[in-house]
Design a protein around this ligand. Structure first.
Ligand code: ZN
Ligand code: ZN
Ligand code: FE
Length: 757
């Protein structure tokens, strides 16, 4: 006889882990107990040596679907001779060694009950079990137990209680479990705030509002959502106007996979994502005959589709059977509203009615957005379903740190020294509410995981809200160069060993030389990251205003490629700018007033898009570049001439590319051909540089690599050349990945730099 104590860390709470252990113990005739605590799960198992051994191997082999074991420590303890196996009550003393689980989409068993008239939870919008339902959006502290969630206000009825107490039951210790008798309920209000229906009636009222082509604000899982008929052009236009969202694409909620197929082309990997328990918005190639309102995604061949992921969404979609616009319940760039009062205040002028419920949302979490590149998911917005699970195992710096990220698409990350947890997408830190969300995300992650950071990491940009926040703390601050964070993040995510060419292309980030970077190359080795080159810089008249006005980027490109005089001549003969504006831009650039020099690849794409008259004004960052991608023919395999000059510090000279494009434009060559050739040129340049530096690995990141055509061409060229291309998949390539990258950098290259100091 032996007795073993087994400590398991990882995602082991809220996933049916203890009942699984209980069943396993019975099967292997093992006695002892299992206990949940903030350090994870501890088991004591007693029995014949072989039985206990089998029991332990079975834990790893058969663990519940959503669980994840990061560590398992086993030690012998004295045999007690006590028979039976029991599940003990939680303790909470140790520092948390367990991870919080993200919210999970409704499981097939719950779905069956939801639509079974004989079931006591028939049409109950808040049913869930240990395999599905809310987690991160309701948890207040660890360990994950009902009193530590926003479900604590609901007293379980005897029926729910007995399910909760039965180890054999699917709802054994399902913390958010509820039923129509004891759980949360719906209510419906018009914009006057008076409740005009509850429960089923509320749902019916909301549905008839949507059938009438009106806009509904619905309290969902991680926040309010705005819903309306996605087929009605006028309705969608009204939503855009009221929400103050001019052109950004809107996502569409569809009843089921079959409906999704009628709207978009769906590959195997895309289907797997759509039906996964993470249930993100998946960006898909839209079909021409989709029947959706054109203003959902003007000029964009992709449409974001999402399947129902809560019982409430399932009920709504089963009843309505039509595609619905499903967008975050906020105005322009604010974070999503999470409570009724806030929603009434902020969305009163947007929505025609409110479908509310009385389960509190502890923190707001957006729907995640994912696209598929080469049959692998690429996170565009990492939020519900994924955050705050750790990524990049053992990528931490050996000490507790906090990283506050950049400015746009901000996230924050914490590390206990070993793992890194990245928050959900928080948004651009340019509104008061986004900055509040940022501050509470820091308190949240540090609080839940009880992390006391010894160092705080931030961007080099002095004016970012996140940077100023870092310096306000009393902790030592280490500033991490923006593009170095992008590259270090990719290395950590994929566990890359050996040397690689780092390629960081995005809109903007401050370089160590204080100029505006964005088209950068690095020599990346496991413990070092050296800036080795960039695009030839060009002037941006008006600095940041060029983000919205792609003509300013084009003006800078023309100026450098042709010289002042010839550039002005070209601009006037091609009527590219009105003479008065040309004069203003020219004087700004000549006198270096309100002008920055940049190597930004994002602005290079913008500028080419404007030169080709594809798009000159952007309603959001990257729109001109995106339209260039969408106008380009991906089958072009020709390259414009480009030069690589300089030795140690390489300059990628794009001037011959611009000159050749101007010539092609004058000759009337098709836009799709020129665009395709431009994409191919840039991808080839990266490969040329890798060969020049004798590197057979490439780490490619930064917002520009959300461009599917650019990235897929690069991967393809890499395959031909025997070069392995790594790109961000679990961590977004855009600035949503910066906080993760800051920690990854600090754990590797940063250590060396600190030692040198
Ligand atoms: Zn379930
Ligand atoms: Zn109940
Ligand atoms: Fe960036």
């Amino acid at each position: 006889m032996v007795r073993k104590q087994i400590l398991i860390r990882g995602v082991v709470q809220g996933v049916g882990f203890r009942p699984f252990i209980w069943t396993l113990a019975k099967r292997h005739s093992v006695s002892g107990w299992v206990l949940n605590h903030s350090g994870g799960v501890t088991i004591e198992a007693e029995g014949k040596q072989a039985r206990v051994q089998d029991f332990i191997s079975a834990i790893r082999a058969e663990k519940p679907v959503h669980s994840y074991i990061s560590r398992m420590d086993i030690r012998p303890v004295p045999v007690t001779g006590i028979a039976g196996f029991e599940i003990r009550e939680s303790e909470s003393d140790d520092p948390p060694g367990t991870f919080i689980l993200p919210d999970l989409a409704t499981c097939p068993d719950c779905l069956k009950e939801l639509f079974d008239p004989a079931d006591r939870r028939f049409r109950y919008p808040f049913l869930n079990c240990t395999h599905c339902g809310p987690r991160y959006s309701i948890i207040q502290r660890l360990p994950y137990d009902r009193p530590n969630t926003t479900m604590k206000q609901f007293r379980m009825c005897p029926d729910c209680r007995s399910e909760y107490d039965q180890p054999e039951d699917r709802r054994f210790h399902a913390q958010p479990t509820a039923c129509p008798t004891c759980g949360p309920e719906l209510d419906f209000r018009l914009t006057d705030g008076r409740i005009s229906g509850r429960k089923e009636e509320a749902l019916q009222l909301a549905e008839s509002l949507l059938r009438d082509g009106k806009i509904l604000a619905m309290k969902g899982l991680g926040g309010f959502q705005l819903l309306c008929d996605a087929r009605q052009e006028e309705t969608v236009k009204t939503l855009r106007k009221r929400k103050n969202r001019e052109e950004k694409p809107l996502a569409v909620l569809v009843p089921d996979l079959a409906a999704a197929r009628r709207i978009a082309e769906i590959s195997e990997a895309e289907e797997a994502l759509l039906i996964s328990s993470e249930a993100p918005i998946v960006l898909l190639k839209q079909r021409k005959d989709s029947g959706l309102a054109p203003s959902l995604n003007p000029g964009n061949p992709y449409i974001g589709l999402i399947l129902p992921y809560t019982p409430l969404h399932h009920l709504l979609m089963a009843d309505l059977g039509i595609p619905l616009v499903c967008t975050s319940g906020n105005r322009s760039d604010d974070p999503i509203c999470t409570n009724e009062e806030e929603a009434a205040l902020k969305l009163g002028a947007v929505a025609d009615g409110f479908l509310n419920h009385n389960r509190e949302i502890q923190r707001y979490i957006d729907d995640s957005v994912v696209r598929v590149i080469r049959e692998k998911p690429m996170m565009i917005r990492r939020a519900r379903g994924y955050a705050p699970l750790p990524e990049g195992s053992h990528a931490g710096a050996g000490q507790p740190v906090l990283a506050v990220g950049a400015h746009l698409k901000n996230t924050v990350s914490v590390s206990d020294g070993n793992w890194i947890c990245t928050s959900q997408h928080l948004g651009d830190l340019s509104t008061v509410s986004a900055t509040l969300a940022f501050e509470s995300a820091i308190l949240d992650l540090c609080g839940i995981y009880q992390i006391k950071p010894e160092v705080i990491l931030c961007d080099l940009h002095p004016d970012y809200f996140s940077t100023r926040h870092a310096f306000k703390s009393r902790l030592p601050v280490v500033q991490v160069q923006h593009h170095e964070a992008h590259i270090a993040g990719i290395r950590a995510e994929h566990g890359v060993t050996g040397e690689a060419l780092g390629v960081a292309w995005d809109g903007t980030g401050i370089g160590r030389d204080q100029t505006v970077h964005g088209g950068e190359f690095f020599l990346s080795s496991p413990h070092q990251l050296l800036h080795t080159g960039q695009f030839l810089q060009f002037p941006l008249a008006g600095g940041d205003t060029a983000v919205r006005d792609a003509r300013r980027s084009a003006f800078g490109l023309l100026t450098v490629a042709l010289g002042d005089e010839k550039a002005d001549e070209w601009i006037l003969t091609h009527q590219f700018l009105p003479p008065a504006e040309l004069k203003t831009f020219r004087s700004m650039v000549s006198k270096s007033v309100n002008t920055v020099q940049t190597s930004s690849a994002g602005r290079l794409f913008d500028g080419v898009s404007a030169l080709m008259k594809i798009r000159s004004r952007s309603a959001y960052e990257g729109q001109a570049a995106m339209d260039l991608e969408f106008s380009s023919d991906g089958s072009v395999r020709e390259s414009y001439p480009a030069e690589i000059t300089g030795k140690k510090q390489v300059i990628l000279d794009w001037r011959p590319v611009i000159l050749a494009i101007l010539e092609d434009l004058d000759q009337g060559k098709p836009i799709s051909f020129i665009g395709g050739k431009f994409h191919f040129t840039l991808a080839s340049l990266i490969i040329r540089l890798a060969k020049l530096k004798k590197l057979d690995q490439i780490l490619a990141g930064g917002g520009c690599f959300q461009n599917k055509l650019l990235l897929e061409t690069l991967i393809e060229l890499g395959e031909t050349a025997g070069i392995q291309v790594y790109w961000p998949q679990h961590i977004p390539p855009n600035d949503g990945g910066i906080s993760f990258g800051q920690i990854a950098w600090y754990a590797t290259a940063g250590k060396l730099q600190n030692r040198e100091k």
